[in-house]
Design a binder for this molecule. Structure first.
Ligand code: NAG
Ligand code: NAG
Ligand code: NAG
Ligand code: NAG
Ligand code: NAG
Ligand code: NAG
Ligand code: NAG
Ligand code: NAG
Ligand code: NAG
Ligand code: NAG
Ligand code: NAG
Ligand code: NAG
Length: 667
């Protein structure tokens, strides 16, 4: 063999060897990329799991993709480190990954400014920096000619040179700038003509509806909610003919809704809640064949609710609450057979629940609170036929009517029944025994006086009550119901009743007699509120069986006796109130009781202080705080006071306390 042959063999061998290596391993990464990545990690405050610098092949690192086929063999094309708990800043050296196509650093805790040269990747198609703490204006020199997907949402960015961006990045399809501080400049996207998804919500943007968006013929989803846009809504919206989702809620738009929905033939979801819209529902809206979800709550819309269910056969969710709609609850809605969520609360409707509502078989959520409807018996008779009804709010209606006691009423799917502020007379609804899924019972602020034959043995909600669909969850977020916050201390307010803990609220009624010992069976109840009734007798020891109790309010009743010591075993109890009763004796001093404020025990003149601090309970005034009932000193009370005093004196001495000068043990 001659030398040339030898060389040939050698070359062949080398080529084969290289191929073998390539076949058996990931490609070895390019030196430039390795350097860039080393630089990138210098600005991070911790090591990245799965990155082993002893190996120089960065292509094998977690979250890195290298090209393994083409001319740029071995170049890093993907850096995906979403949700990796990264902290620190983004180093400029990252720019060295010049072949990058995907960069995902979302859901980390990166902070600081973006390096001026970062946005200069020729091939970058996907850039996701969402959910970090990045600040400042975006670099003015943006050169991302291949970008299709840009998500900068949920950061603290403050300005975006949108005109220049759209000139150089005209192929972008998905742009999410939501929840930043881009409000300082206007955003012009008219030359980003391929855009399909635009999220500008939560930025403090102002001015009129950005009409430059009407040029975006491919737009499918547009979110402008939670800004400060104002002025009327333009007919130009009708240009967005393939729009599927439009959300302009929580702005300051005024005037009437333009009659353009006939042109928006793909629109499925429209939300314009919490603006200052007035006037009637446009004909094209109530006849839209595509709309599935309409949310117009908290505006000043008026006129009748004239949804044409023949046209809108598919509609699943209608939220028209808190407007000035008039006229009876429309019976024709019962032809919307897919209706799952119907929210008409706080309108001036009047009349009764229409008989035809019994046909709303898909209905899961119904709110008719504060709509001036009457006849609760009829309402419940009809609605029990809606077998999927899960959440029912009828509060602030039926003034002074009688709570029906018809044992045949059946609400088998109900998880929440909310009928407060109605001054309803009669007894606790025995028919609720059929509602085995009940999680939230709010009958507060009525005049119910009789517990009747209500069976508290049943445990509400045996296991998991999270049967609600996503749609239902969404609508629950909007039910901020009626409960007052005043009276000096926080009260329950339903911001999202789907996430509400299992609750029984029978406060502000006329219940008398002792607290039912069988409450102790309700092991899953988290909130029990019996405030301001006429309950008497002592607090049953069995309450300590409510092992998940977080809030127990028994204030403003006529309860006497001692607080059962066993309550210290309620280890989740965080709010406890027995003020304004006739309790006496020691206050339990273990467990959660160490954390309750003195005000939890106010107005029980014979209750001993908790033995946490020296015996210096604040002066007890015989005056009653606003909103609290005056307790009249009577014979029972006298006994209680005497016993309480004796016990306290006994305890003070037993525990060896020396009463300091000037301090008196007032029990
Ligand atoms: C890091 O890489 C070196 C060399 O390839 C190897 O010996 C070592 O086991 C690796 N360490 C870890 C933790 O994977
Ligand atoms: C390399 O190529 C193979 C086969 O074409 C493919 O399955 C693999 O995902 C590629 N690896 C990388 C890192 O691109
Ligand atoms: C980025 O990573 C996060 C977390 O892994 C993921 O949820 C998100 O979908 C990714 N973004 C893109 C555009 O793929
Ligand atoms: C969009 O592009 C056109 C033509 O190039 C140009 O005249 C116009 O000023 C651009 N608009 C914006 C907002 O940059
Ligand atoms: C609506 O679209 C047409 C062409 O499709 C265009 O001429 C018109 O300017 C657009 N209107 C608005 C307000 O952008
Ligand atoms: C109702 O809308 C107004 C703005 O029109 C807003 O200030 C207010 O917070 C909204 N209320 C609710 C309960 O969403
Ligand atoms: C309701 O919709 C149907 C079907 O689209 C239509 O024929 C009817 O005219 C509409 N009724 C009203 C009052 O607009
Ligand atoms: C009622 O709910 C059940 C269970 O979620 C569902 O399968 C059924 O289709 C619903 N009924 C209607 C009429 O939507
Ligand atoms: C409710 O309606 C029923 C049936 O129409 C009627 O018999 C009853 O008297 C009404 N009750 C009240 C309180 O109006
Ligand atoms: C209450 O309900 C429980 C369980 O369903 C049952 O065992 C008990 O007999 C009932 N009590 C009364 C008084 O109906
Ligand atoms: C309760 O729901 C959660 C989440 O939906 C699920 O992970 C869990 O297994 C459920 N528990 C029971 C007892 O069904
Ligand atoms: C009930 O509705 C009226 C107007 O319809 C409104 O003024 C009032 O504030 C509402 N009450 C509650 C508690 O929402």
């Amino acid at each position: 063999m001659g030398v040339p042959t030898m060389s040939l063999v050698f070359i062949l061998l080398a080529v084969m060897l290289q191929q073998m290596i390539q076949a058996s391993q990931e490609p070895a990464c390019h030196m430039n990329d390795l350097t860039a990545l080393k630089g990138f990690t210098k600005c991070l405050e911790q090591d990245i799991g799965g990155w082993n610098w002893s190996s120089s092949n960065c292509c094998s690192f977690t979250g890195i993709t290298c090209d393994n086929s083409s001319v740029i063999y071995g170049r890093v094309v993907g850096l995906e480190l979403g949700n990796k708990r990264l902290t620190g800043t983004i180093c400029e050296s990252l720019v060295g990954l010049e072949q990058l196509r995907i960069l995902n650093l979302s859901l980390n805790s990166l902070h600081g400014k973006i390096p001026a040269n970062l946005f200069r990747f020729r091939n970058l198609e996907v850039l996701d920096l969402s959910n970090n703490y990045l600040v400042g204006p975006l670099p003015s020199a943006i050169h991302l000619p291949s970008i299709k997907y840009l998500d900068l949402s949920k950061n603290y960015f403050s300005s975006f040179i949108s005109m220049q961006f759209c000139t150089s990045s005209s192929h972008i399809q998905y742009l999410d700038l939501a929840r930043n501080f881009f409000g300082e400049g206007s955003i012009y996207l008219e030359n980003c003509t391929s855009l399909q998804y635009v999220f500008l919500n939560g930025n403090g943007l102002s001015g009129t509806f950005p009409e430059n968006l009407f040029r975006l013929q491919h737009l499918r989803v547009l979110h402008l909610q939670q800004n400060q846009f104002s002025g009327p809504l333009s007919y130009g919206i009708g240009n967005l003919s393939i729009l599927v989702e439009l959300d302009i809620s929580l702005n300051d738009f005024s005037g009437s809704l333009p009659d353009v929905f006939g042109r928006l033939r793909k629109l499925e979801s429209f939300s314009a809640s919490s603006n200052r819209l007035t006037g009637l529902l446009p004909a094209s809206l109530v006849n839209s064949a595509s709309l599935l979800r309409i949310d117009l709550h908290n505006n000043s819309l008026d006129g009748p609710i004239r949804i044409n269910c023949s046209a809108m056969a598919q509609v699943t969710s209608l939220h028209l609450g808190s407007n000035n709609f008039q006229g009876p609850v429309p019976a024709s809605l019962s032809s919307c057979q897919s209706l799952t969520v119907l929210h008409l609360a706080r309108n001036k409707l009047g009349g009764v629940v229409p008989f035809e509502f019994r046909n709303l078989h898909a209905l899961e959520f119904l709110s008719l609170g504060n709509t001036s409807i009457n006849n609760i018996s009829t309402a419940l008779e009809i609605l029990q036929h809606c077998k999927n009804l899960t959440i029912l709010d009828l509060g602030l209606n039926f003034y002074q009517e009688e709570m029906p006691s018809n044992v045949n009423l059946q609400f088998t799917s109900l998880t929440a029944l909310i009928i407060p502020f109605c001054h309803l007379r009669g007894s606790l609804p025995i028919w609720l025994s059929s509602s085995k899924m009940l999680q939230l019972l709010d009958l507060s602020w009525n005049s119910l006086g009789d517990t009747g034959k209500f069976n508290w043995t049943r445990k509400p909600c045996p296991q998991n009550c999270s049967t609600e669909t996503a749609l239902l969850k969404e609508s629950c977020e909007h039910i901020s119901l009626i409960k007052s916050k005043e009276q000096g201390r926080p009260r329950l307010v339903y911001d999202n009743i789907c996430n509400f803990p299992p609750t029984i609220d029978l406060s502000h009624n006329k219940f008398t007699g002792p607290i039912w010992p069988s409450f102790g069976n309700l092991k899953n109840v988290h909130v029990l509120n019996l405030e301001e009734n006429n309950l008497s007798g002592s607090i049953p020891d069995s309450i300590s069986g409510m092992t998940n109790l977080e809030v127990l309010d028994l204030s403003c009743n006529n309860l006497s006796g001692e607080i059962p010591y066993s309550l210290v075993h309620l280890s989740f109890l965080s709010v406890f109130n027995v003020s304004y009763n006739r309790l006496y004796g020691d206050t339990p001093s273990g467990g959660q009781f160490m954390t309750f404020p003195d005000s939890s025990f106010d107005g029980n003149q014979a209750l001993c202080p908790r033995l946490v601090a020296p015996c210096q309970r604040k002066q007890i005034h015989p005056v009653v705080s606003p909103g609290k009932k005056m307790k009249i000193m009577d014979w029972n009370f006298g006994i209680g006071a005497a016993i309480g005093f004796l016990l306290c004196v006994f305890f003070c001495f037993k525990s060896g306390w020396v009463i300091p000068k000037g301090r008196v043990c007032r029990c």
